[in-house]
Design a protein around this ligand. Structure first.
Ligand code: HEC
Length: 255
C-alpha cells in the first residue's frame, strides 16, 4: 500500500468522522429479506420518520451492503431488538457515514415506542414479532486477522495508560476515558479502532509510521507520544474482537 494512498484513507476516515452532523436526514436500513417481505419494515419506517423527521428506506441485507443500519440474525456487534419465532434479530450500525442518524434509529428501535411499534405489527390480526431489546444473545465478533494475544500486550502498553483495556488493567486507565469493553458495544467499533489515530484525542500524540504526517514542530505532543504500526493496530483489533462488550443498562450514546 502506498503512503499516499494511506494518507488518503486517513483523510477519508477523518471526514467521515467529522461529517456526520451535517448530512442529509435520510438513512438506508438493510434488513433480512424476510423482514421486508413480511411488511415489518413498511410498518416501522414511516413511524420512525414521523417521530424523528429522518427519512428511511429499506433494502435487503446482503454481504458488503452499504447502509446506515443493518438488521438481521447475525449482525456483527448488533444488539437484540426483536424476535420472530425462534430467531432473535440484531440491529447495528452499518458502514455508512451517517453514524449519528444510525444511532437515532437504533435508539428509537430499542426504546419503548420502537418496541411497541414492532409488537403492534399484526398483518392478519396476529403479531409476527416480539420485542426483544432485553434479550441476551451470544454476539460473534467480526472476522479479524491478527494475533489477539500480542494485541493484548500491545494494548496494555500503548493504550492502557488511558483506557481500561481488559481484566489485566481493570483498576488502571483514566476514569473519563471509555474502556475497550464499552467501546466494543458500538456497532461500528471496528471502524473506530482501525481509525483511532485519526480520532480525538489521539492525533495530538500518535504517530503511525508511513501513515500519519510528522508532528508539527510548533506543537509537540503534550504527553509522551505513542508510536504504533498498522500491523500492531490489527493485533489490537483482534484482541478487542475477543472482548465481551460491556453490558450497559442504557444504550451507549457516543458520537
Ligand atoms: C493519552 C490517553 C489515551 C491513549 C494513550 C489512548 N487513548 Fe483512546 N481515547 C482516549 C480518550 C480520552 C478517548 C475519548 C475521546 C472522547 O470521548 O471523545 C479515547 C477514545 C478512543 C476510541 C473511540 C474514539 C471515537 O471517537 O470513537 C478508540 C477506538 C480508542 N480510543 C482507541 C485507542 C487505542 C487502540 C489506543 C492504543 C493504541 C488508544 N486509544 C490510546 C485517550 C487515549
Amino acid at each position: 500500500m502506498s503512503i499516499r494512498w494511506r494518507l488518503g484513507l486517513a483523510a477519508v476516515l477523518m471526514l467521515a468522522a467529522a461529517g456526520a452532523g451535517a448530512e442529509e436526514r435520510r438513512i438506508t436500513v438493510a434488513a433480512s429479506p424476510e423482514l421486508i417481505e413480511s411488511g415489518l419494515l413498511k410498518h416501522m419506517l414511516p413511524r420512525f420518520s414521523l417521530k424523528t423527521g429522518i427519512r428511511a428506506t429499506s433494502v435487503p441485507l446482503e454481504p458488503g451492503i452499504e447502509a446506515e443500519v443493518l438488521i438481521g440474525p447475525a449482525v456483527d456487534g448488533g444488539r437484540p431488538v426483536f424476535r420472530g419465532g425462534e430467531t432473535v434479530y440484531l440491529a447495528g450500525a452499518g458502514a455508512g457515514a451517517k453514524q449519528a442518524l444510525a444511532g437515532r434509529f437504533l435508539d428509537w428501535l430499542a426504546s419503548e415506542i420502537g418496541q411497541r411499534t414492532v409488537a403492534s405489527f399484526a398483518p392478519d390480526g396476529k403479531a409476527l414479532y416480539e420485542p426483544a431489546a432485553d434479550a441476551k444473545v451470544e454476539v460473534k465478533g467480526p472476522a479479524v486477522t491478527g494475533d489477539a494475544l500480542a494485541g493484548e500486550r500491545l494494548a496494555l502498553v500503548n493504550c492502557g495508560r488511558c483506557h481500561v483495556v481488559g481484566e489485566k488493567n481493570r483498576m488502571g486507565g483514566i476514569d473519563s476515558t471509555p474502556s475497550f469493553a464499552v467501546l466494543r458495544t458500538l456497532g461500528d467499533w471496528e471502524r473506530r479502532f482501525r481509525a483511532f489515530f485519526t480520532l480525538n484525542p489521539h492525533p495530538a500524540f500518535t504517530q503511525v509510521p508511513g501513515v500519519t504526517p510528522p508532528f508539527d514542530e510548533a506543537r509537540p505532543p503534550p504527553i509522551a507520544p505513542l508510536e504504533i504500526t498498522l500491523a500492531d493496530i490489527d493485533a489490537i483489533l483482534a484482541y478487542a474482537a475477543s472482548l465481551a462488550p460491556a453490558e450497559l443498562a442504557e444504550p451507549l450514546k457516543y458520537e
